[in-house]
Design a binder for this molecule. Structure first.
Ligand SMILES: Cc1cc2nc3c(=O)[nH]c(=O)nc-3n(C[C@H](O)[C@H](O)[C@H](O)COP(=O)(O)O)c2cc1C
Length: 188
């Protein structure tokens, strides 16, 4: 089969979604949706991520140097889509119902109904022309106790149902089309 050359894009390369939790300058919890998130090795596993442009989540992380990354599941998708579609510059953005807890090691807000929460400390900010790459130490991983059951990894993933995204579309863990970016939030 032939190939065609395209402008830079990552279509058909599914990514996992996370809600980053920070505190704003008044100490209020703030959440935004992110997918440019992966892992690094530096004597132990760490995290690398990129935030493009300026946005409140970036400002909060630059100020506090800590944040949480909360795995997005099907249950969280409508609210995650909202938190990725509505800018934090909108003063009313965080006036939605969220079950928010606290990290166990770092002073970061976490989402109680996400089954995996990373507590992250930024060790290095790499500023690029219109964004920032952050290299982070994983200070703690909070994982639902149900993920320690005897089920297989496949059964556990099917149960918690993490969302994947590519080509501006949300997909279920089993590949179902869960709508274009901006659609799931309409059910809120
Ligand atoms: C599916 C999806 C994934 C996103 N991933 C990223 C990302 O990895 N990096 C980024 O800078 N913005 C990303 N965004 C955009 C942010 O979610 C958006 O700018 C949001 O307003 C950030 O929250 P804040 O404005 O409250 O800081 C994504 C948006 C969507 C819908």
């Amino acid at each position: 089969m032939g190939k065609k050359s395209l402008q830079p894009n990552n279509d058909f390369c599914p990514q996992t979604l996370f809600l980053y939790g920070t505190y704003d300058e008044n100490g209020d919890p703030h959440f935004g949706l992110f997918c440019w998130f992966s892992y690094i090795w530096d004597n132990e596993m760490g995290v690398m991520c990129c935030i493009g442009g300026s946005k409140p989540t970036r400002t909060n992380i630059e100020r506090n140097k800590i944040f949480s990354a909360n795995l997005v599941t099907e249950e969280l998708l409508p609210v995650a889509d909202y938190l990725g579609t509505v800018s934090g510059e909108n003063q009313d953005k965080m006036k939605i119902a969220l079950d928010i807890g606290k990290g166990e090691v770092l002073d970061v807000p976490v989402l109680n109904n996400s089954p995996v929460n990373f507590e992250l400390e930024v060790k290095e900010f790499i500023t690029i022309s219109d964004g920032e790459v952050m290299l982070c130490k994983i200070r703690n991983v909070l994982q639902d106790e149900s993920l320690s059951s005897d089920e297989s990894v496949a059964q556990k993933l099917a149960r918690i149902a993490p969302i994947r995204t590519t080509a501006q579309t949300y997909l279920g863990y089993d590949g179902r089309d869960l709508g274009a970016w901006g659609e799931p939030m309409k059910s809120l």
